[in-house]
Design a protein around this ligand. Structure first.
Ligand code: PTJ
Length: 257
């Protein structure tokens, strides 16, 4: 790992990159994942590299949906495994969710490596590896291959850093789809029921916190949170946040931290 001084002004961001590069060297992050992260970083700059108010609304709705779910599943790809493996395992335990490895660039070797990473952080079971698999319709990538014990029967699926195709297909199957995606304009962001526009490294710990806050709420209270949530409105708020921020910066660049 490259040695980065904690005094470097972009220390946090550089450390996130290092985790992905490490995953790439270990063979479970794909090169395309590094490019995808670069796109994410660009949007992170635009929102101000912080969890913004619309994302907090989405995190609350996501926590409510996970707590109400009968069969929640967290889908994990290479980038998610590199950036938040411990937090994914923690969130799964808290919400009784299954963890399933589901890859766009699917290889047996990567599946096994990702499963081992998650197990090293305490996951008891990782689906998508050796149990029976099936396919879901209308997806033109290997992401159509899902576990019959996981995504196939899930009612709520958390799919961080996803591609639009599968989000749309999962919605058509009647599932509630939660995503984490820094790009508020992506097809996934627009197709999901709940989109958390935030960096996965900030969003998952905050989601864990919110699940802990809400875990003693009644189903009625949780349903009310979901009733009051409108994903389109949230995405518009994100765009407005970016516009306002850029407007302020266009007047005075010194306000950037
Ligand atoms: O591990 P695999 O084989 O399943 O492949 C994973 C990648 C990420 C390569 C694959 O899913 C892919 O190509 O994804 P996309 O279509 O590039 O979409 C990734 C989305 O995640 C983009 O909209 C990015 O802006 C966003 N993104 C990237 N890094 C982060 C992020 N969102 C939140 N947090 C991040 N750190």
């Amino acid at each position: 790992m490259t040695k980065i001084s904690p005094n470097h002004p972009r220390y946090k961001s550089l450390m996130i990159r290092e985790k992905l590069v490490e995953g790439f060297r270990e063979g479970y992050v794909v090169a395309q994942g590094l490019i995808a992260h670069g796109r994410g970083e660009c949007f992170d700059y635009l929102i101000g590299e912080d969890t913004i108010p619309p994302a907090i609304k989405s995190i609350k709705a996501a926590a409510a949906a996970l707590l109400l779910a009968k069969y929640p599943v967290i889908s994990v790809n290479g980038n998610a495994a590199a950036l938040v493996p411990e937090e994914i395992v923690k969130l799964a335990k808290l919400t009784n969710a299954k963890i399933e490895v589901n890859l766009f660039h699917r290889t047996r070797e990567r599946e096994l490596k990702i499963s081992n990473v998650l197990k090293s952080y305490g996951a008891d079971e990782v689906l998508g590896i050796q149990e029976e698999l099936t396919t879901i319709p209308e997806i033109f990538s290997d992401r159509r291959i899902v576990s019959v014990k996981g995504i196939y029967i899930a009612d709520v699926v958390l799919v961080p850093l996803e591609d639009g195709d599968r989000t749309e297909a999962l919605r058509k199957l009647g599932k509630t789809v939660i995503t984490i995606d820094l790009n508020p304009l992506s097809r996934t962001s627009r197709a999901a029921n709940i989109t958390i526009v935030d960096n996965i490294v900030r969003a998952v710990p905050k989601l864990i916190e919110e699940v802990n806050n809400l875990k003693n709420s009644t189903p009625e209270e949780l349903r009310n949170i979901l009733k009051g949530y409108d994903n389109n409105e949230v995405l518009k708020e994100v765009l407005k946040h970016i516009l306002d921020r850029l407007y302020i910066l266009s007047k005075d660049l010194s306000t950037i931290s």
